[in-house]
Design a protein around this ligand. Structure first.
Ligand code: KG4
Ligand code: ZN
Length: 348
């Protein structure tokens, strides 16, 4: 039997520069993730600064992953890279790097969709995280509810109409003066608060919604963010914001989680599949994982990546690249990055 391919996964779509060396499906030999701190100064990702930071460190990040793996560039069998969606300047750094490496070594290039890579993250650590499953992908840029009968076959059930779930965490953290990125700090702050302290809307969630109606599975988080903003203004005027920050963080987090869990459960009922896979940066949220596990109950199975694999990383890119390589989907050297790359194999 031929040895399992050695795949490089390169991720530069947003504010993490990351490279991984993966042998076969889950032997992670080297993995470096460098998060760009510079964006903390601005309370969000500044695209031009992200591109420049990727350019500065991409060589060292790949070198670090190769060194950890004990291999050299010429030992690699496949170059996998995120080609979109994401920030165009940031994506171009990774795609150009991978194209140059593929050309120099004569090895195949495989381009990967960032959200499909998130779908593969749990599988790196859990062999059982295989389709069929209902997938909830929640990141800073996307919120997708999918039915996945097999790898490469994706049915879109619902998506956000406005802000992504992670984006809502980031914006609410900014409103509460908690810093960037918002998810981890809201989760920490929420632990000190009471989720029942403030009544906030459960966006686009109503008992009267029926299958077949668009809003049955879709999400919307921008109204919730505005509701938090209005509450913050009232509290500030009364000089009570500091006392209420933890309660507000907890109430906000509960509203997001209730909505995500309820819509995921609708998908479970419709597909009669009690296997659920969670992916994307927000999958690092423990309250979300616990809420989903409780809602699924004993008859269900929940798969989620560890926190390091949930947020952006090169390992998930390598894992998704391996799948497409095995399908014979090799990109040409005319491949390019696309900020709005379409999800491969997605049916609406
Ligand atoms: O997948 P990801 O690393 O990057 C994108 O593809 O966007 O996701 C980043 C998002 C950010 O919005 C961040 O606030 C959120 O994931 N996030 C979390 C947590 N950790 C990261 N949200 C909620 N709870 C967390 N613990
Ligand atoms: Zn991501």
């Amino acid at each position: 039997m031929a040895a399992a391919p050695l795949v490089l996964g390169l991720e530069t779509s947003c504010d993490e520069t990351s490279a991984a060396v993966l042998r076969g499906e889950r032997e992670l030999l080297g993995h470096v993730i460098l998060s760009q701190d510079v964006h903390k100064l601005y309370g969000g990702v500044v695209p031009e600064l992200a591109s420049r930071a990727h350019l500065r460190v991409v060589d060292d990040v790949v070198d670090g992953a190769l060194r950890e793996a004990g291999v050299e560039l010429r030992d690699l069998d496949v170059f996998g890279v995120t080609a979109g969606p994401g920030l165009i300047g940031a994506l171009l750094v990774g795609v150009t790097w991978a194209k140059a490496a593929a050309y120099a070594t004569g090895r195949p290039l495989v381009t990967v969709h960032h959200m499909e890579a998130h779908l593969f993250a749990a599988n790196l650590e859990l062999p059982a995280a295989e389709p069929p499953f209902v997938a909830l992908l929640v990141s800073g840029g996307h919120t997708l509810l999918l039915w996945v009968p097999a790898w490469g076959r994706y049915e879109l059930l619902g998506e956000t109409r406005d802000d992504a779930a992670g984006e809502a965490f980031d914006k609410v953290a900014k409103i509460l003066g908690l810093g960037y990125p918002g998810g981890p700090v809201i989760e920490r702050t929420a632990r000190e608060g009471d989720a029942r302290a403030h009544t906030l809307p459960r966006p686009m969630l109503a008992a009267a919604q029926r299958p077949g109606e668009d809003d049955y599975y879709d999400f919307s988080f921008s109204g919730l963010k505005t509701a938090v903003l209005n509450r913050v203004r009232e509290l500030e005027a009364g000089g009570r914001l500091t006392d209420e920050t933890a309660n507000l963080a907890a109430s906000f987090q509960a509203a997001v989680i209730d909505t995500l869990v309820a819509k995921t459960l609708r998908a479970v009922q419709a597909t009669r599949c009690r296997r659920v896979l969670l992916g994307g940066g927000v999958a690092a949220n423990r309250a979300l994982r616990d809420g989903l596990a409780a809602a699924l109950g004993n008859g269900g199975e929940l798969f989620f990546p560890t926190a390091r694999m949930a947020t952006d990383n090169g390992a998930m890119v390598a894992r998704a690249a391996l799948f497409h390589y095995q399908q014979g989907e090799i990109a040409g050297l005319d491949a390019t990055a696309r900020a709005d790359l379409a999800f491969p194999g997605l049916e609406r």
